[in-house]
Design a protein around this ligand. Structure first.
Ligand code: GUN
Ligand code: ZN
Length: 373
């Protein structure tokens, strides 16, 4: 068993990289997509099914789990892996970002943030120290620094203040995390769309020293063009020899563009959440299975897909179970979407290995341009 957390880059193509993150709980092939398992479940999926789609690692959330069922309860039951029956790596987000988007009556100070639960109104506190403690209780393999992410657009002063605070919190997170062999701590770059603040943030994080580096504060409403504009420089500011993780991204074309710009890891609720609303991602773009045009269609969702949904069910059946609000509708389309995302990552990894990323990207866009037929 590998005892150490390690990142090996196996091949590069332009700025893109493919490699392997080794952890005691298993390897993570990069570029990697992490399905979101917010409340100790990837909604509508059994853990073995998530694995069957090709996922090497899941994402969990400090904020949700501290409120319900609580980190202490999960620790007493043997940790998050055992609790949810997933024995491979888990990355946990630190809670700050979710507090800002979900909690009520938030109060932000140098110390941390106090807030009321969106579930029952109970009062709670998160700080770098408490976030590290919770992620340790959960048994997370990749722990994220406690940070603050300002909503965009924001003025430069606000972005700078927030980035400085996040960098002080990054230092406190590093201190509180301590030395935990086999477990990793990732820093989170902030700075909005301001190149000089991103540079400052990257320097502050590199000085502290982390096992990996996330690009935070993007995909918060700025649009793809602005996000790619930032990704044209942000990954280059971070250490070359450590994994780079773009938080909360994204649509398939966002992921492809970010891999071209040097990102190694992604997470997003899109494939799982869309699965529950009948939005399917396919090579030819998004298909809304609730649309009446599928009512009599005996063909699979995606003829080129080998997932259980596409190999065993028709569009007509999927349309019917969505209309009838049957639970299997969420299960089937979530499985397909997660399979599609993992196939995309596998295709990207192979293309980078073969030095053919630009050919892969051209084909990706050309197939989508044909549309669903
Ligand atoms: N998820 C998406 N963006 C962010 C971010 O900037 N920080 C954290 N902690 N989580 C995120
Ligand atoms: Zn499929």
């Amino acid at each position: 068993m590998t005892q150490r957390f390690q990142f090996d880059i196996r091949a590069t193509d332009g700025k893109a990289r493919t490699g392997l993150i080794s952890t005691p709980r298993g390897d993570i092939r990069t570029p990697a997509f992490m399905p979101v398992g917010t409340a100790a479940t990837v909604k509508a999926m059994m853990p073995e099914s998530v694995r069957a789609t090709g996922a090497d690692i899941l994402l969990g959330n400090t904020y949700h789990l501290m409120l319900r069922p609580t980190a202490e309860r999960i620790a007493n039951l043997g940790g998050l892996h055992k609790f949810m029956n997933w024995d491979r790596p888990i990355l946990t987000d630190s809670g700050g970002f979710q507090v800002m988007s979900l909690a009520e009556l938030r109060k932000l100070t140098e110390e941390g943030v106090t807030f009321k639960s969106h579930i029952d109104g109970s009062k709670h506190m998160l700080s770098p120290e408490r976030s590290m403690e919770i992620q340790k209780l959960l048994g997370s393999d990749i722990v994220m620094c406690f940070d603050e992410c300002p909503a965009l657009p924001a003025d430069r002063d606000r972005i700078k203040q927030s980035m400085d605070l996040s960098m002080r919190w990054a230092g406190r997170s590093r201190e509180a995390f301590g030395d935990r062999p086999g477990h990793a701590l990732f820093g989170i770059q902030q700075g909005g769309l301001e190149q000089d603040f991103r540079e400052e943030s990257a320097k502050a994080l590199s000085k502290i020293g982390f096992d990996g580096y996330a690009v935070g504060g993007l995909a918060v409403g700025e649009g793809q063009e602005a996000m790619f504009g930032c990704l044209d420089y942000a990954p280059d500011q971070l250490p070359q020899d450590k994994p780079r993780y773009l938080m909360g991204v994204g649509k398939p074309d966002d992921i492809v563009g970010a891999v071209e710009r040097g990102i190694d890891m992604f997470d997003c609720v899109l494939p799982s959440r869309s699965g529950r609303t009948g939005q399917a991602f396919t090579r030819r773009g998004v298909v809304n299975i609730k649309n009446a045009r599928h009512m009599d269609d005996p063909r699979p969702l995606d003829a080129d897909c080998t997932c259980p949904c596409c190999s065993q069910y028709s569009r007509a059946y999927l349309h019917h179970v969505f209309k009838a609000q049957e639970i299997i509708s969420s299960m089937l389309v979530t499985w397909h979407n997660l399979h599609y995302y993992q196939e995309l990552m596998s295709g990207l990894r192979e293309a980078i290995s073969e030095g053919n990323l630009s050919g892969f990207v051209k084909q990706f866009h050309a197939t989508r341009a044909q549309g669903d037929i």
